[in-house]
Design a protein around this ligand. Sequence first.
Ligand code: ADP
Ligand code: ADP
Length: 228
Amino acid sequence: ETVYELTGVGKTYARNRVRALEGISLSLERGSFSSVIGSSGCGKSTLLKIMAGLIPPSQGRVTINNQPVRGPRRDIGMMFQHATLFPWRTTIENVLLPIEIRDGKAAAKAAWGRGEKLLDLVGLGGFESVYPDELSGGMAQRAAICRMLVTQPDMILLDEPFSALDEISRDFMNMELQRICTETNATAFLVTHSIAEAVILSDRVYVLAPRPGRIAEVVEIDLPRPRT
Ligand code: ADP
Ligand code: ADP
C-alpha cells in the first residue's frame, strides 16, 4: 500500500533562481524505511521540506494517502538534527505538546499513558517529570522521537536526526529508531550523509545527484531486519 508519493517534483528558489531539485518521483510503501544520501548542497533538505509541506514545489505533485500535501500536516512527523525541547516543560509535557496544541490541555492529560508508554519504549521510563536540562543529548533526542510519534503520524521525516551525537550514541539511536518504526509500523524517510547508516537502516536508498538535485540511483537493500 502506497502511503506517500512524489511525481515529477522540481524546485527553483525564486530568490536566487537556484534550481535545487528536478524530476523527483518516488513512492513509499506503508511500513517501509527509505533513505536519501547525497553530498552537501544536492537538495536533501529541500526535498524533505517539500515532503513535510513546509515549502511548495515549483513543479510536480506530493500526496500522502492520496491527498495533496499543501502545508504542514498532523499525519506527518518531523525530526531535525537538534532536539528543541522546551526547558520549562517536563519531559512528558514536551512529549505531549503536539497533542496539547492540536486538541487542548485536557486531551494531553488524557494521553498521559501513551506518553509514558512511548518514553518506556525508548528507555526513558521514570524520566517523565525530569526537565530537559537534566537529560543528555541522546536522551533529549529520544524524547524528541517520542514527541514525533505521539500523534501516531503515518509518515516520519528525519533530517540527520542524530548527527549531533557521538558515534556510539548515534549507532544506538539508529537501532532504537529502527525498532520503534517496526513496532509502530511507521513509514520513515531519512536524510543522511552516511552511506553506512542508509544501508543499515533502509529497505531502499535514493542517491541524489547535485545541480539540480535528481535521483541518480535507487538501491534496494535486502538485509535481515528485526520484525515484531
Ligand atoms: P545542510 O547541508 O546540513 O542541509 P545547509 O548549510 O546547506 O545545511 O543549509 C542550512 C539551511 O539553510 C537549510 O535550511 C537550507 O535550506 C538553508 N539554505 C541553504 N542554502 C541557502 C541559500 N543559498 N539561501 C538561503 N537559505 C539557504
Ligand atoms: P542539502 O540539504 O543536500 O545540503 P539543500 O536542499 O539545503 O541541500 O540545498 C540545495 C540547493 O538549494 C543549494 O544550492 C542551496 O544553496 C539552495 N538552497 C537551499 N535552501 C535555499 C533557500 N531557502 N533559498 C535559496 N536557495 C536555497
